[in-house]
Design a protein around this ligand. Sequence first.
Ligand SMILES: Nc1ncnc2c1ncn2[C@@H]1O[C@H](COP(=O)(O)OP(=O)(O)OP(=O)(O)O)[C@@H](O)[C@H]1O
Length: 152
Amino acid sequence: MSGPRPVVLSGPSGAGKSTLLKRLMKDHEGVFGFSVSHTTRNPRPGEEDGKGLNNLPMLLGATLLPVADVFSSETSFSCPNESEPTEKRLRDRQTETEESLQKRLEAARIDMELSKEAGVFDIVIVNDDLEKAYEELKEILNEEIKKVQEAK
Ligand SMILES: Nc1ncnc2c1ncn2[C@@H]1O[C@H](COP(=O)(O)OP(=O)(O)OP(=O)(O)O)[C@@H](O)[C@H]1O
């Protein structure tokens, strides 16, 4: 039996990657490790203590293509449906200056265009509805989660 694989969750800023990951890790304590592997932003509070990757590493990328290039195995991509909610989400989150917000929005627009190219991602999760997106993500990872739980 092969061991658990790294899981890459990539997508534009505001897509909901952190939200989905935090919930997944909370619901499956000890199953996932976490690494902000490739991102253009500074770490947020709590992200620096990512010591000890456990069993199934989750890698979070905010820049789409390099992450997809490095991990060609299974790459998930979560995104909101339109650009309007992205801006609202990021403004509501209150983590950005106006300058960094504008940079994020521009990068998100480019990421969304690139993501439409066939073959960039194996799996696409559209995070319009958080509950639905979370259920989808859990379903996709179910087999890997079981592997880790059985190995314990
Ligand atoms: N489906 C959703 N509907 C509405 N708001 C959402 C949804 N998913 C996440 N959010 C909210 O959108 C904001 C951005 O989400 P989050 O921080 O998870 O994005 P991210 O992809 O990790 O962004 P970044 O790459 O900038 O770190 C958060 O405030 C979060 O609560």
